[in-house]
Design a protein around this ligand. Structure first.
Ligand code: B12
Length: 393
């Protein structure tokens, strides 16, 4: 259906009609949630994000600069003639098994179990933009799309467009899909009536704050990124601080704890997007085979998949930490091979893991590795791990 609108600023009744059409089309394309907001700045969020940088809570994300924060919270800096934001949400929730019989398995956060969401959502955004230009074929419309790939504050836009409310874990919680939604935005010069805020909050609930193993939620709505397991396993490129390693458990990519424990997430609809259905081998992934991967096999397995972001070194590092936390002697042999043959960062975590498992074999293998190791950081880790093995029998 091709409807021609004469103005970029339609009358109220027409506006409601256009919004309905956009909403319907977005849902047909596969979005679960659609809301509208204006192009006003997000002053509360800009201030909060700037403070977060000053406090060092965004350390380790060098691209997260004050300049970016300014743009992210001022839509007109992202698109000069922006009048409205179409805010979209799409569920990625799929029920996953609690535990595997195999002890040597890890956990991947739900958002990364399927195909890379950037590509999936971008395709859908382009279809919606095409629709916008069809219904406004008389005028040239401007749009700019975002799906976690640029300086846009997705959560602030989603909140103001009425998609959901800010949870204390900083995730946007929605009544129908909980927090298991990806957010995306279309900035446009079409003036659309803004929707209203959802008048909901988490009330007195603070389960997510209490249950975060690293205490990364330092206050309601404030994450210390440097402690967040998601940051440590995905974005951090170097060595994971020794103190935090035991708290990571078996997460090898991302973390869902603050979402898993959230009561709002209990009874919600599963995702209907086929691309977000979990790859079976990622549900309870066997850890040891990951230590055998090389660049080629890594790229093959994770092509078109969010895990690619952590790169081969990051994945192996995380796998070592998970094995160190499982403490099963069956992992010693493969960890020792890793300690002898890998990149220094991986070696450091392999040494730590062997130390955590402990026992005579672990001790002996660490001593052997110490004799051939040249890298001073790895040598230090091996020495600490040797001390650790003596404490565990
Ligand atoms: C940087 C980033 C991260 C970092 C930092 C996270 C963080 N909380 O800052 C790391 C790598 C740790 C991360 C982790 C995750 N991320 Co992330 N991430 C982003 C990114 C790129 C920017 C977020 C940002 O600006 N953070 C800066 C801080 C300052 O903002 P904030 O924490 O949201 O805090 C806001 C509130 O405090 C609010 N505020 C301030 N004062 C007050 C007071 C009150 C009363 C209220 C209500 C609010 C409020 O203002 C702040 C700014 O908006 C966005 C994409 C985007 N372009 O927006 C995705 C995004 C936020 N991430 C997303 C996801 C899915 C995740 C993970 C769930 C992935 C995983 N399973 O591992 C975790 C969740 C961890 C968590 N609890 O936040 C989704 C979240 C969807 C949702 N439902 O909210 C986004 C929106 C990507 C997307 N487009 O879908 N992420």
């Amino acid at each position: 259906m091709k409807i021609i609108y004469k103005e970029m600023f339609p009358e109220k009744s027409e506006n409601t009609k256009i919004k309905k059409q956009i909403t319907q089309k977005a849902k047909d394309i596969g979005f679960d949630l659609v809301g509208f907001t204006n192009a006003d700045p997000f002053p509360r969020d800009e201030k909060a994000a700037t403070n977060r940088i000053d406090l060092g809570f965004m350390d380790g994300l060098p691209w997260y600069t004050k300049e970016r924060v300014k743009k992210a919270n001022n839509p007109k800096l992202l698109m000069e003639n922006c009048e409205s934001i179409i805010s979209l949400g799409i569920s990625y929730f799929t029920p996953t098994p609690e535990k595997s019989k195999n002890v040597l398995t890890g956990k991947i956060s739900k958002y990364a179990l399927g195909v890379d969401y950037h590509k999936v959502i971008k395709k859908k955004l382009k279809l919606l933009v095409k629709f916008l230009s069809e219904i406004h074929s008389e005028k040239k419309i401007s749009t700019r799309i975002f799906v976690d790939d640029g300086p846009m504050n997705d959560r602030a836009a989603a909140e103001r467009a009425g998609l959901g409310w800010f949870g204390k874990n900083t995730n946007i919680l929605t009544p129908s899909h909980g927090s298991w939604i990806f957010l995306a935005q279309i900035l446009t010069n079409i003036k659309l009536e803004p929707d209203t805020l959802l008048k909901k909050t988490c009330g007195s609930c603070k389960i997510c704050i209490d249950d975060c193993p690293t205490n990364a939620i330092v206050a309601p709505y404030v994450i210390d990124n440097t402690k967040c397991i998601s940051f440590l396993t995905i974005e951090l490129k170097g060595v994971i601080p020794v103190k935090l390693r035991p708290l990571i458990g078996t997460w090898i990519f991302g973390c869902d704890i603050c979402q898993d424990v959230c009561p709002v997430n209990r009874k919600i609809q599963p995702s209907k997007t086929s691309e977000f259905q979990p790859r079976k081998d990622f549900l309870t992934p066997a850890l040891l085979p990951f230590l055998d991967l090389n660049e080629d096999s890594f790229n093959k397995i994770f092509d078109n998949h969010p895990i690619k972001r952590t790169k081969l070194i990051g994945l192996k590092r995380n796998v070592c930490v998970a094995l160190g936390n499982i403490k099963d002697t069956d992992a010693i042999e493969k960890l020792t091979k890793t300690l002898l043959e890998s990149d220094p960062i991986v070696k450091q975590h392999a040494a730590w893991a062997i130390g955590q498992i402990g026992g005579d074999k672990a001790n002996q293998n660490l001593h052997n590795a110490l004799e051939v190791e040249n890298n001073t950081d790895v040598i230090e880790e091996i020495k600490s791990a040797i001390i650790q093995t003596k404490m565990i029998h």
